[in-house]
Design a protein around this ligand. Structure first.
Ligand SMILES: NC(=O)c1ccc[n+]([C@@H]2O[C@H](COP(=O)([O-])OP(=O)(O)OC[C@H]3O[C@@H](n4cnc5c(N)ncnc54)[C@H](O)[C@@H]3O)[C@@H](O)[C@H]2O)c1
Length: 334
């Protein structure tokens, strides 16, 4: 079996485990001198690199101009997507508003045109690869090649692990995570040819802190985080580190659809709720500064989120208890 096919083909009983001597050969092939040189390089460059990062953090980086660029926002018809579209238009971008709800997309496009830039509405189901491929054709023929891709469309599905049908679970994964693969694969080659581009993904604080009762949603948002961090490294490894950027945005709770706010109220959420405009402004400011990560939430939430992976579970649960109560399963809710 070739290296390429081994991940997809599993003929019965033909699995060959790695042997002990193969492991020894692999480990002994590392040249001591080579490792020493690499470690010395780290020791020499560690402090200056860190100092440079701290200075950049304190002073801030210069904002780039995106005036005249073509931006595509998925889920741009409503909520956070609509605010992202309007902020991009204020920066001088022409905007493709893509949504499964084309009437809302048309409404956003009309608002954008009022700001003096071009805007078009497009119907798409981001969970379907063919629909995304058609979107690419439609956007490029009406507005031109996409410079900025914002993967915002998502299903705010507050379901615990045992809730919803298997189709519901698959749909959440398709719309919230798999769709990012379809859009990135559709638009990244054009960005690489032109050596210009920026891909933004909207994850969630639930992509940093997992929360019970939203297991499937959290899993997709963690997936988006992994995808975007990997994408950044891939652009860097392929020599596009100075041309194409990937930004992952982690909003907390945003006042978008009414039923979501009512849900938060019902279960006593004590996290401050942000407006979609505030989150869009933080996200686009991050894009303009080529930030890899934008935690779009109050400063104290940012500290809690940064410390989360370092703390034991018991401490994390204690802290989270300040913000949310135990939410019953859907089946027990009235
Ligand atoms: N609202 C919050 O509190 C919050 C918090 C963290 C992260 N987020 C994330 O922000 C993003 C936007 O959330 P929102 O609150 O604005 O949601 P929303 O439900 O208010 O709006 C989502 C938009 O996406 C569109 N959409 C849904 N499925 C689609 C599909 N298959 N193809 C194309 N468009 C589709 C909808 O028509 C709608 O216009 C989502 O990814 C969400 O997970 C939201």
């Amino acid at each position: 079996m070739t290296h390429k096919t081994q991940y997809f083909n599993h003929p019965d009983g033909q699995y060959v485990p790695a042997t002990k001597d193969l492991i020894e050969i692999s480990n002994s092939s590392h040249k001591l001198l080579d490792i020493l040189l690499r470690v010395t390089k780290v020791i020499l460059l560690f402090v200056p690199t860190l100092i440079l990062e701290v200075i950049t953090f304190l002073v801030g980086t210069k904002k780039k101009s995106i005036k005249g660029q073509i931006a595509l926002v998925t889920g741009g018809g409503n909520g956070l997507g609509r605010s992202l579209c309007l902020r991009l238009a204020k920066e001088g971008c022409h905007v493709a508003v893509a949504d499964i709800d084309v009437i809302s997309a048309e409404r956003t496009a009309l608002e954008i045109r009022g700001l003096g830039v071009k805007a078009e509405a497009f119907k798409v189901d981001v969970g379907e690869q063919q629909s995304v491929e058609q979107l690419k054709v439609n956007v490029e023929s009406k507005l031109g090649p996409v410079d900025i891709l914002i993967n915002n469309a998502g299903l705010l599905a507050m379901l615990s692990l045992s809730e919803g049908t298997p189709e519901d679970v698959q749909r959440i994964i398709d719309v919230n995570l798999t769709s990012h693969f379809w859009t990135i694969r559709a638009f990244k080659d054009g960005m690489m040819e032109r050596r210009r581009g920026h891909i933004v993904a909207v994850s969630s604080t639930f992509g940093i802190v997992p929360f019970g009762r939203t297991v499937c949603y959290s899993a997709t948002k963690f997936g988006v985080r992994g995808l975007m961090e990997g994408l950044n490294e891939e652009f860097f490894m392929n020599g596009y580190g100075d041309d194409i950027f990937a930004t992952c945005v982690y909003p907390c709770f945003v006042a978008t659809r009414k039923e979501f706010l009512l849900y938060l109220q019902q279960y006593g959420c004590r996290v401050p709720i942000q407006t979609p405009e505030d989150v869009a402004n933080l996200a686009i400011d991050g894009l303009l500064r080529n930030r890899c990560e934008v935690i779009a939430s109050p400063w104290y939430m940012q500290i809690i989120l940064k410390l989360y992976s370092l703390m034991p579970n018991s401490v994390n649960r204690l802290v989270m208890g300040v913000f949310v109560d135990n939410i019953p399963q859907l089946t027990d809710r009235n």
